[in-house]
Write a protein that binds this ligand. Structure first.
Ligand code: ADP
Length: 493
């Protein structure tokens, strides 16, 4: 049993060593539906003793027990079964995700399907990890073993809760690591739900622990813990910097996927309809709560006014609504705290630039953390709304004059997660692609992300790569084995 009923709101426990356990302190934190502002669950709030317990479980499962002896083939089978189980429960999981994040149900269904695909992908990759034979100039055999890194603490954000859990857990399990996953405190419910499947799919106790708690307590204690070998984090750059500093004390391996202020660049020869759609999709999908959001829209001067007008007209059609309604294209932001933060940027934007559409709270909603899709134009790249990650449905449109200015403005940011360029001229497209400092560059599209291809940032958008074989690498150590074949003594002394 994962929960007990307290009035109409369920209280969920943490999943440690294959058991559902309350927090040592007995504390819980509330979880909300951001469209109704109501509490929908209470969740055990971990602190240092719970972190100790979870790390001890993951440590024991890594160092002994059945897991180290499990073959790569069998780890693949576990992942495959988990994928199947998630797929079979798509409707249920999407419903939970939708209620907890506020994202439209249709998008939640895509997320759950993508999470299942991620587990499936790493199911196939688990037994394709191979070492090398090294051509050393000696009468010897030198080869490499790829070994799991150990106990991984995985700290994830609230924008794609189950998908981010999949991006973290799947490669770690494939590699043979053990995990302590800490979901974001705003959105713990789908990760809790899948823990119910672990025993059935064949994950031994302690291999994956789901530890819920606040970032500054549970998250920070995990990062500092001596029993943890690796930290994988997705979240804000500010917390990423705290994590690097804390992890330095024990020299943990760290991978970070942080924020962005990604440029979406439009040249006059782009397909007009596709470009206007792409500008909106790039910044408004998932309420703009996307680390790769194309939140700086760079438009060449000759089409600038017409482009802002076209974006504005199409934005009027975006249907804000209840997350569970299938026609809804934009739901509320995830939390009151985030709503206040995004709203404060709307006020900053009104002082720095001009408003084409939006700029406040939509009138039709009495409650819920809704924000209007907002387009600011005549934005300067030095403005705060062009430099700071807002993580909401807020576009900053910036005019440019020619290719080199577009590149200069695009790269003038501390971030480097993503970028996109729209043109029919392949010479120009590839020149721009090569000049952009970002971990992913789309041409004539923005946002599609597939598990087969790498994901991660340049500059202050983080380090390390997720997805594909790159994601698995981040959970592997390389051991060189040197076998002397020469029986004569060294003869040095
Ligand atoms: P956001 O600002 O978008 O909420 P955060 O970077 O604060 O993003 O949160 C992402 C994740 O990092 C969450 O799981 C959160 O609990 C966790 N977190 C926040 N602060 C810390 C911290 N000091 N140490 C470790 N984890 C943290």
């Amino acid at each position: 049993m994962s929960s007990s009923s307290k009035a109409s709101v369920q209280t969920y426990k943490n999943f440690i060593n294959g058991q559902w356990v309350t927090a040592a302190s007995g504390a819980t934190f509330p979880v909300y539906d951001p469209s109704t502002e109501e509490v929908i669950a209470q969740v055990a709030s971990a602190s240092a003793p719970d972190v100790d317990q979870a790390v001890a479980a993951a440590r024991a499962a890594f160092d002994s027990g059945p897991w180290p002896a499990t073959t790569a083939q069998d780890r693949g089978k576990v992942l495959y079964k988990l994928a199947e189980k998630i797929r079979a429960n798509t409707a249920h999981l999407a419903d939970i995700e939708c209620r907890n994040t506020g994202k439209p149900i249709v998008e939640a269904e895509y997320d759950i399907a993508d999470a299942a695909t991620c587990f499936e992908y790493y199911a196939g990759l688990a037994n394709k990890v191979m070492g090398h034979v090294n051509p050393v100039p000696a009468n010897a055999l030198s080869f490499t073993l790829r070994e799991p890194m150990g106990v991984a603490a995985q700290i994830i954000p609230w924008n794609y809760p189950l998908l981010m859990a999949a991006w973290k857990l799947a490669p770690a399990i494939a590699a043979g690591c053990t995990c302590i996953l800490k979901p974001a405190e705003q959105t713990p419910l789908t990760a809790i739900q899948i823990a119910n499947y672990f025993e059935e799919v064949g994950l031994p106790p302690g291999v994956v622990n789901i530890l819920n708690g606040l970032g500054e307590t549970a998250g920070a204690a995990l990062v500092a813990h001596h029993g943890v070998d690796k930290v994988a984090f997705t979240g804000s750059a500010a917390v990423g910097k705290i994590i690097v500093k804390s992890a330095a004390d024990t020299l943990k391996r760290v991978t970070l996927e942080l924020g962005g202020k990604s440029p979406n660049i439009f040249f006059p020869d782009a397909d007009w309809e596709a470009a206007v759609d792409g500008a909106l999709f790039g910044v408004f999908i998932n309420q703009g709560e996307v680390c790769s959001a194309g939140s700086r829209i760079l438009v060449e001067k000759s089409i600038y006014s017409k482009f802002v007008e076209a974006m504005t007209e199409k934005t009027k059609r975006i249907k804000l609504g209840a997350p569970l309604e299938r026609e809804t294209k934009m739901g509320p932001l995830v939390s009151k705290e985030h709503y206040d933060r995004v709203s404060s940027y709307l006020e900053i934007g009104k002082k720095e630039a001009k408003v084409a559409i939006g700029g406040g709270r939509p009138k039709q909603f009495g409650k819920g953390y809704y924000v209007e899709p907002t387009i600011f134009y005549d934005v300067k790249n030095s403005d705060r709304i062009a430099r700071e990650e807002i993580f909401g449905p807020v576009a900053s449109v910036i005019p440019f004059d020619g290719e080199s200015e577009a590149i200069r403005i695009a790269n003038d940011t501390p971030y480097g997660l993503a970028a996109a360029v729209w043109t029919r001229d392949i010479y120009k497209a590839f020149r721009v692609v090569k000049s952009l400092r970002a971990g992913i560059v789309w041409v004539n599209h923005m946002q599609p992300t597939y598990v087969e291809a790498p994901w991660g940032g340049y500059k202050q958008s983080g380090f390390g790569r997720e997805l594909g074989p790159w994601g698995l690498e981040e959970y592997l150590e390389t051991k060189q084995v040197f076998v002397n074949l020469d029986e004569t003594p060294i003869g040095w002394y």
